[in-house]
Design a protein around this ligand. Structure first.
Ligand code: FES
Length: 281
């Protein structure tokens, strides 16, 4: 695809200069036409399936689990990551899940993520279905991220600032889970929550916007002690940024795993006193 002259010269593209419809791109015309000979369809199908599983499970767990099925989100000192902030339980009506207080931040952050945009634009919007594969011609009538509503995707950096709130709560939940009935506990639940906290942290700190936050807007990395420090942090973030997509998926499924574990205890399917090899659940 050929970049516009404004982009090539590195200048800001003013709103009135942005194309009213999507540029044609270089993929063959016609939905599904391609010169690719590999099985390109497998990846978008897997991504669509994975995202659907997460969306359906998260909706059941965070919106309907308590008000409509009465399955508690906390048990034996463990706490579902979908319910990071539960102060709303006392002020919200019974039919409204307290997960709503933090869920909108998670949705905003993940839906505007550069990685997930690339993934679900392909998997759900077929825009395009895969690299080098023709997309539905109807897309040509839209300006995509140049106009409302998709221009709101540019708010991702603000979603990043908000995402630090549930992240702090997640680490706090880990500390709380380790101190149970006045004693220090190290069980399977603690390991699961710790793994989840680490994976979510890697996902947040490998964010492209975070990389820009720590290393962007500087002309000289070596000019002072503070810019050298920022360069060091930027180098570290750049190293994990390469794996951002992996952390995005791993953290999605670690959240589900912790939630399933807590619900299983709440439903008496497993017990925290059931002995396992080398410890206790
Ligand atoms: Fe994925 Fe920021 S780019 S979270």
């Amino acid at each position: 695809m050929t970049a516009s002259p404004q982009v090539e010269q590195g200048r800001r593209v003013e709103p009135e200069q942005r194309p009213a419809t999507k540029p044609a791109g270089s993929a063959p015309r016609g939905f599904g036409s391609t010169l690719r000979v590999d099985r390109w369809i497998i990846k978008p199908v897997l991504i669509a399936g994975g995202l659907l599983v997460f969306i359906l499970y998260a909706t059941w767990s965070s919106i309907f689990g308590i008000p409509y099925f009465g399955v508690d989100y906390a048990a034996e000192g463990y706490h579902s990551p979908f319910f990071g902030i539960v102060i709303g339980e006392t002020v919200l009506p019974a039919w409204l899940s307290p997960a709503i207080l933090v869920l909108w931040i998670q949705i905003l952050f993940r839906a505007t993520c550069y990685y997930f945009r690339g993934a679900y634009y392909k998997a759900f919007f077929l825009d395009p279905p895969a690299c080098g594969v023709g997309e539905p011609t109807v897309h040509r009538r839209f300006a995509m991220e140049n106009k409302f509503p998709f221009i709101l995707m540019n708010a991702h950096r603000f979603a990043l600032y908000l995402a630090f709130i549930p992240l702090v709560v997640l680490w706090w939940d880990l500390v709380v889970s380790m101190v149970h009935d006045g004693t220090i506990r190290v069980g399977v639940g603690v390991f699961l929550i710790a793994a989840d906290a680490i994976l979510v942290s890697l996902y947040v700190f490998s964010c492209h916007s975070f990389r820009h936050l720590v290393g962007g807007g500087m002309d000289c990395f070596s000019c002072s002690a503070s810019t050298q420090r920022r360069h060091g942090i930027w180098g570290w973030v750049s190293r994990i940024n390469v794996h951002h997509g992996k952390y995005a998926w791993a953290s999605l499924f670690s959240i589900i795993l912790v939630d399933l574990y807590v619900r299983a205890i709440a439903l008496d399917i497993i017990s925290t006193s059931t002995p396992i090899i080398g410890g206790f659940l």
